[in-house]
Design a protein around this ligand. Structure first.
Ligand code: PMP
Length: 439
């Protein structure tokens, strides 16, 4: 103990020095305390102090497999058998180069834009939407940073906490996550070949007052199902009669590979009951991060106001690019060619499934979009399949990401994988499934 003896005067000199630096301060009769500035310095300079914060905040973590996919996608040589993007091979380099060259000569400022986004772009979109039977003015359109942001803006700005959201079961993983993060209750409603079985909502609805519907009627993610025209009419009437507002997500509507699908629900909407979402991500470039939301002026203005608080508007560069693409290029021809290429990929994948998966699974041939929903005849551990596939250099999107009860399905995508890799990798996948089925 002798070793640790400190002279009183040493301590009081030390205290004086610390006071001199403002690290501690005298509080009269309360004695000497650590200064408030020092606390904040300690918190921000010490990494360890953030540990308890890392998992707080209202966003949930991504599912582990989705986190893994997000990283592994960028490892060289991985075959992406579930990715919801167009292959880089389908990128229209010449068209985009011309756009970039032109913009480099014509854009004179890259300042912030108005709250709803670039007016010229909204004007073009309002014209294009007429082809889908949607009548709207530029003042009904909000440009968003992708339609995922539209879902976030809706969730944090106009929905009450605890509200029930009916969705198709299964449904698009990221919107499920967004809704859950802000405390909404999700209620998955089963689908059949014609889309969501809306009459099942009536049964669920007994004790629910506030509820909305989130639906992907056309080339649904992940099942590829197209809601029939009759089902659309019935669903729309049901929602009107039961006062259920609708978010219609039309991310894949333009990617029809056979016949044009029925018009969006929004085309029937005279009362502003539907918020309609579109995006350029699936048809051209997710990296632009541009989507659009169509709704009543009051909703669009409210969301535009929140968007200004969130990120001051979607990238103006991206908005100029898209405006140029849609107004001054051969975009329609590009889309036509892209769909021909997608159709070839789809047919290849279907013929590979016919060859290797007949005994193992069932599936429908999608008439558009990117996905084939492969339902295995026997349940196996999807986590094990996911990990076993990674060892083979294949990245999979497993069904439980889209419906927490779905343990026997996979979302296959024919949009990203190289044509030459389709047959081999479907074969490899079938071997993995077979091996796990035996265990
Ligand atoms: N909705 C659906 C149904 C999707 O599949 C996606 C992308 N996977 C999005 C919205 C989000 O797309 P983005 O934010 O890139 O517009």
């Amino acid at each position: 103990a002798e070793k640790f003896k400190v002279n009183r005067s040493t301590i009081s000199v030390a205290l004086d020095i610390l006071k001199g630096y403002g690290i501690i301060e005298g509080k009269g009769r309360k004695g000497t305390v650590i200064a408030s500035n020092t606390w904040s310095l300690m918190i921000s300079s010490s990494e360890a102090n953030w540990g308890s914060y890392v998992k707080s905040g209202y966003f949930k973590e991504n599912l582990p497999t989705i986190q893994e996919i997000n990283h592994m996608e960028f490892q060289k040589g991985m075959v992406r058998l579930g990715t919801g993007e167009l292959s880089p091979k389908l990128y229209p380099s010449k068209m985009m180069k011309d756009v970039f060259v032109k913009l480099s000569q014509t854009v004179t400022s890259l300042n912030y834009l108005e709250p709803l986004g670039l007016l010229e772009l909204r004007e073009i979109l309002s014209e294009k939407l007429k082809n889908k039977g949607i009548q709207c003015k530029p003042s009904n359109i909000l440009i968003t940073s992708g339609s995922l942001q539209a879902l976030q803006l809706i969730s944090v700005s106009i929905l009450k906490q605890g509200l029930t959201i009916y969705t198709e079961a299964p449904s698009y993983i990221k919107s499920l996550q967004v809704f859950q993060s802000v405390g909404m209750q999700l209620l998955g409603i089963k689908m059949d070949h014609e889309g969501i079985q809306y009459w099942k909502i009536a049964k669920e609805r007994k004790n629910i007052e506030d509820a909305i519907l989130y639906t992907i009627p056309t080339f649904h993610n992940p099942t590829g199902i197209v809601m029939s025209a009759d089902r659309r009419r019935e669903l729309f009437k049901f929602c009107i009669d039961n006062r259920i507002p609708v978010i219609e997500d039309d991310a894949y509507g333009d990617i029809w590979l056979e016949n044009e699908p029925p018009k969006p629900l929004k085309s029937m909407d005279e009362h502003g009951m539907i918020i309609y979402l579109g995006t350029i991500s699936k048809v051209l470039a997710p990296g632009l991060r541009i989507g659009w939301l169509v709704g009543s002026e009051s909703i669009v203005n409210r969301l535009g106001d929140v968007k200004m608080q969130t990120d001051y508007g979607a990238s103006s560069v991206s908005q100029w690019i898209l405006k140029e693409v849609l107004s001054n290029t051969n975009y329609d021809q590009y889309l036509k060619e892209t769909k021909i290429a997608l159709k070839n990929r789809r047919d290849l994948m279907i013929s590979a499934l016919d060859k290797y998966f007949k005994e193992l699974a069932v599936w429908e041939t999608p008439k558009g979009g990117f996905y084939i929903w492969l339902v295995l005849k026997r349940e196996i551990s999807m986590e094990k399949l996911f990990q076993a596939a990674i060892k083979e250099g294949i990245l999979l999107n497993i069904g439980s990401s889209y419906d927490f009860n779905k343990n026997n399905a996979l979302r296959l995508s024919y949009s990203y994988i190289d044509e030459k890799d389709i047959i081999d990798n479907i074969k490899k996948l079938s071997i993995l499934v077979r091996n796990l089925t035996k265990n």
